[in-house]
Design a protein. Structure first.
Length: 144
């Protein structure tokens, strides 16, 4: 029963992450949502406020981070998993934000796809989809 309850909590938390994604356009400033939805290869980079954009990316990343960490804790109930995940998320955020900043400063001269995918990792909870199975398999390997 306890395992089923944990699975229901995890599913509920994933639903919350889906809601964050669904309402992102209303909750967060991001002029690149429309830009990447349309023919961005033929459009100029939209006008944006760098500080406002980065603050909103940080807020969205943080919101996804909190729910992702709770998912990982409910799934594994180990503080070592959370400590590693916080370090992983922090380093990833710094690296991706720096790369995204450079791409924005250069007007995507290095290509649109790189900027598109870096932005994806910053605004969507993709890391939980990587870490969850990684920790699961790590746990299974240690029990053998």
């Amino acid at each position: 029963m306890r395992k089923r309850f944990r699975i229901l909590i995890i599913l509920g938390l994933f639903f919350i992450l889906i809601l964050v994604r669904a309402f992102a356009q209303k909750l967060f400033y991001d002029p690149f949502i429309q830009y990447f939805k349309n023919d961005y290869l033929y459009q100029a980079v939209p006008v944006f406020v760098m500080s406002k954009l980065f603050l909103n990316i940080f807020l969205r990343y943080s919101l996804n981070l909190v729910f992702s960490l709770v998912i990982l804790y409910v799934a594994f109930q180990k503080w070592a998993v959370i400590k590693f995940s916080v370090k992983f998320y922090t380093i990833s955020f710094v690296v991706f934000m720096l790369a995204y900043y450079i791409l924005l400063q250069t007007g995507f001269s290095k290509g649109y796809l790189l900027a598109f995918y870096i932005r994806r990792f910053l605004i969507h909870p993709l890391f939980v989809l990587i870490l969850l199975p990684a920790f699961y398999f790590q746990e299974k390997e240690n029990k053998l």
